[in-house]
Design a protein around this ligand. Sequence first.
Ligand SMILES: *Cc1c(COP(=O)(O)O)cnc(C)c1O
Length: 223
Amino acid sequence: MVDEKAWAIIGKDVASAGAKLIAVSKTKPASDILMLHKLGQRAFGENYVQELVGKSVELPKDIEWHFIGHLQSNKVKYIAPFVEWIHGVDSFRLLLEINKEALKNNRVIHVLLQMHIAQEDTKFGLDEKELKELLSYYEAQMESLKNIRICGLMGMASNTDEMGVVRSEYQFLKDIFQHLKETTFLQSPYFTQLSMGMSGDYKTALEEGSTMIRVGSLIFGSR
Ligand SMILES: *Cc1c(COP(=O)(O)O)cnc(C)c1O
């Protein structure tokens, strides 16, 4: 069941923060997406490749699809024809693959580098050393990577009710983002996005400078 009221409230919060709401529709039926689409929502997030491909065929073409989960290199080809944003890039190999498939489709795909900021070590993402390494490869090959656009960072905070912990993790991510803006991406007008915040912590994330929140269960109900 879509909670239209919750969607409207989150939409207001997001608008007053100058951010954007990605409605995370994974595991939910296409009819739920259509309902929100009628209300004006255009950005939707999915994190299973097959499911995303199916929905993209079935649903209106003006939807802006965000792939937000962990993406395997061998599956990039399935979503490259239509996906606008890929949030979870955490290896140079994946970046190369996205560029290759985007080129085949004559498109530019927006990507965010995923940082590991949570305490749990089950979550994907780069640590600072891996980020540095990835960026050095990127800088060396930038000229040939014309079909990807690195637009910022993404992170998932620890799964905890302690908002102090979540807040400090988001601050950490923002510090890295600011640093990259002033160094590696100083010349890039595109490096502007900080994807952080989910149902349980989106307000904290907005306070800490999030530009894209990824909210599922508050809008679509629990999974
Ligand atoms: C599922 C998911 C979300 C949304 O989670 P909710 O708690 O339902 O809002 C956000 N980001 C990622 C990467 C997800 O996999």
